[in-house]
Design a protein around this ligand. Structure first.
Ligand SMILES: *Cc1c(COP(=O)(O)O)cnc(C)c1O
Length: 715
């Protein structure tokens, strides 16, 4: 916070002298003074440099227009203007929310002006910084001497050891000075929601359009458990999006509820569609309850919004159609939705509270805003018992929370304030859309092949694009109108080999190969399907990073077209098995994996596997208890039909549970097993392409086993 721009007419001596003197004094105080060429230059500088803390200009030269434009960029930035006696002050000044100070050109007041600028800079920092972070920084600066935990005592302990001191130097002094015990009264408490912590949660609730917000320091994995533990008592029935995160499965393993699943669709690429409207209807739910042993009227529903691949629901429909008291939108992927109008009506916090209902939104702040890993939030609309809720909160929260995580959650909210915050999200959206267009353009210009993007034909309007039942690009059958929308920020790139209807081409480039190449070039793909890759355009993705991705994709094409050897093109892969990959070329590898994929009908098997549900034989909780009691055994994967799975089985991709603990694969749900066997089989052919399947143990001898509940327990 130290850059000040001066925009002034330095030709007349009576103006130049005070300005020169001012610059000298400001620099003595540690400010960096710069002279932009003109107002456009200034505006660009402000936009690119968050460390700006003021603009000094001449009222006769600039005045209102410039003020307005600066205001659009950052309404809190202090402005200073020199006006002489003749200047007429524009009355509409008061209409604008301006932080403006007036000075006169006299040499002897320059020292006072610097004092005023210092004060205004401090006030500016005070306005833009949120309460808890401010209190924490103040505490760390005052460096009190404590006899509490943590035992490193502001870092002192590390500096008593060679290894410790290297660690200390790496992280820097403030990391340790601000890592403090919960027993500092001036900071309040995360667990009691008191003092600056309470202020932080109130600040966050205002920012995210919630009635009440909680900061969670162990990720949305924990936020989901807190919400679920409070909303669904043991023995009750819960409506669960089958396309759920594994933390929801863990919730069910912990709390002994009976799940009834809402079944999403998917397309040939394995992209997860949403839950169709019919699944929310009272009739369909009633039928499922009748068919599920032990199920009764549900009180709590949990829905993933948006899906992994970036599809949002029109949430008002869900709120009005479901009758459960509690609806929980797991929005781990989309903490930014309240800061751009294109997401309106598509989130848990959209719209008004409804009497007798409670809506939750859980968000992984760290995933797509700027915060430390594990920073997460629970937002709530509606009336609920805060004391009981807090019991569930504390049940899952360490009594020694890491304040850096808490403060980073609060800072992410501070960063979203005002026009500067809105611009950050708008920039991400614009950047993602430009990237999409660039891929399309390269595809059009290429006379052979190029990558494609999963999106509507027309993306000229900046919005979440509707999945229209009349369109075919999305590949979902029978989508409901006005129900699902694609987030521009989630970019799914398609590789050659298959079309949206699932028809396999004669040749193809499986996405796993492209992902390996990108990984070699320092680009990590968020999710890789058989012929698709997902990229997230978070606010951390700047233009150079987007360009780098684009370049890597074109470089891949070049290397592929030149048919380079694996050794040249994918050295890391080559190193995994140099004998196997000796002499092999990229086109051969791609073609062979493509043919394997086609031979095993991977897309079709994947589609079928998620189209049937295994049968629920016991609740996830009961299955877990059997495992704890030792009442489980390992059997070969192929023998799991008619056995109760003890574990959750979850292949990556697509990264959602395929079999839940307590479920049985029957003859009817055999496609689930076919898919798992095929995944294990395909993985054996090419070193480095093994599929990661949580819950399936793949052994060195090539066999695969799963844990099932011992036979005697089946009634
Ligand atoms: C990542 C994720 C979570 C868990 O969030 P963490 O912050 O990593 O604990 C929960 N739900 C969904 C849908 C997720 O994608």
């Amino acid at each position: 916070m130290h850059i000040i721009a001066i925009m002034n007419n330095l030709e007349s001596l009576f103006k130049r002298e005070p300005i020169n003197k001012l610059q000298g004094l400001l620099e003595q105080q540690g400010y960096q003074v710069i002279y932009p060429n003109d107002s456009q230059d200034l505006l660009r500088l402000i936009e690119m440099n968050p460390r700006f803390c003021g603009v000094i200009f001449d009222w006769d030269m600039y005045s209102m227009e410039l003020c307005k434009e600066i205001n659009n960029l950052n309404e809190y930035l202090p402005l200073y203007t020199f006006a002489n006696h003749q200047s007429t002050l524009d009355i509409s000044l008061t209409d604008l929310q301006l932080n403006i100070h007036f000075f006169e050109y006299t040499l002897d007041t320059v020292a006072d002006i610097v004092i005023k600028i210092n004060q205004a800079t401090e006030e500016y920092k005070d306005i833009i910084m949120p309460p808890l972070t401010k209190a924490l920084m103040k505490y760390a600066t005052e460096a009190k001497y404590t006899f509490c935990t943590p035992g490193h005592m502001g870092g002192t302990a590390f500096n008593k050891s060679p290894a410790g001191s290297i660690f200390y130097d790496f992280y820097g002094a403030n990391t340790f000075k601000s890592d403090i015990s919960i027993s500092m009264p001036e900071l309040g408490s995360l667990l009691d929601h008191s003092g600056p912590h309470k202020e932080a949660e109130e600040y966050i609730a205002r920012t995210f359009n919630a009635d009440r917000s909680y900061i969670v320091t162990n990720g949305t994995s924990t936020a989901n458990k807190i919400v679920g533990m409070f909303s669904a008592p043991t023995g009750s029935t819960v409506l669960v999006d089958r396309n759920c995160h594994k933390s929801i499965t863990h919730l069910m393993m912990m709390s002994g509820v009976v799940p009834v699943y809402l079944r999403p669709t998917r397309n040939a690429y394995g992209i997860l569609g949403g839950i169709p409207q019919s699944e929310f209807s009272a009739d369909v739910i009633a039928k499922k309850i009748t068919a599920t042993p032990g199920a009764s009227t549900p009180n709590y529903a949990v829905i993933t919004n948006s899906t992994y691949d970036g599809l949002f629901y029109h949430t008002q429909f869900i709120k009005e159609t479901l009758t459960t008291k509690y609806i929980h939108f797991d929005s781990a992927w989309v903490p930014y939705t309240n800061f751009n109008p294109i997401y309106e009506g598509k989130c848990g916090m959209s719209g008004e509270a409804m009497p007798g209902r409670v809506f939750y939104e859980t968000q992984s702040t760290h995933k797509l805003l700027a915060a430390f890993s594990q920073a997460s939030m629970i937002h709530i609309k509606g009336e609920f018992d805060e004391e009981s809720f807090n019991e569930a909160f504390m049940m899952h929260t360490s009594t020694s929370p890491q304040y850096a995580i808490v403060a980073s959650a609060e800072i992410s909210a501070a960063m979203m304030q005002g026009s500067a915050g809105k611009r950050l999200i708008q920039d991400s959206i614009d950047r993602a859309i430009r990237f999409r267009k660039e891929i399309k353009k390269l595809r059009q210009e290429s006379n052979t092949w190029f990558f494609d993007v999963w999106q509507p034909d027309n993306i000229e309007t900046t919005e979440c694009w509707k999945l229209d039942p009349h369109d075919s690009w999305h590949g979902f059958k029978d989508v409901d109108d006005n129900h699902m929308y694609l987030d521009p920020i989630k970019v799914t790139i398609l590789t050659p080999g298959m079309d949206i209807a699932g028809t396999m081409d004669a040749t193809g480039i499986p996405a796993s190969i492209v992902a390996k190449y990108l990984d070699n070039h320092g680009i990590v793909v968020e999710k890789t399907g058989p012929y698709s890759m997902l990229f997230l355009f978070s606010i951390g993705i700047d233009k150079p990073k987007a360009m780098q991705l684009l370049r890597a994709l074109t470089e891949f094409k070049r290397g592929y077209d030149l048919n380079l050897t694996i050794k040249e093109f994918l050295p890391d892969l080559f190193d995994e098995d140099p004998i196997f990959y000796q002499g092999m070329r990229i086109q051969e590898l791609a073609q062979n994996i493509h043919q394997l994929t086609a031979h095993y009908k991977l897309p079709e098997l994947m589609f079928n596997a998620f189209d049937v549900l295994p049968t629920l034989k016991m609740t996830p909780h009961d299955a877990w208890q059997e495992e704890l009691k030792g009442e489980v055994e390992e059997v070969p994967l192929s023998e799991m039909v008619e056995r109760i799975s003890a574990n959750m089985i979850l292949p990556y991709p697509p990264g959602v549970p395929l079999v839940m603990p307590g479920e049985m694969i029957t003859e009817e749900s055999r496609p689930v097993l076919d898919f798992l066997e095929m995944l294990c089989e395909i993985g054996k052919h090419y070193p480095g392409f093994e599929t990661d399947i949580h819950g399936v143990y793949q052994h060195k001898d090539g066999s695969s086993t799963v844990k099932v509940v011992k036979q005697k327990l089946i009634k």
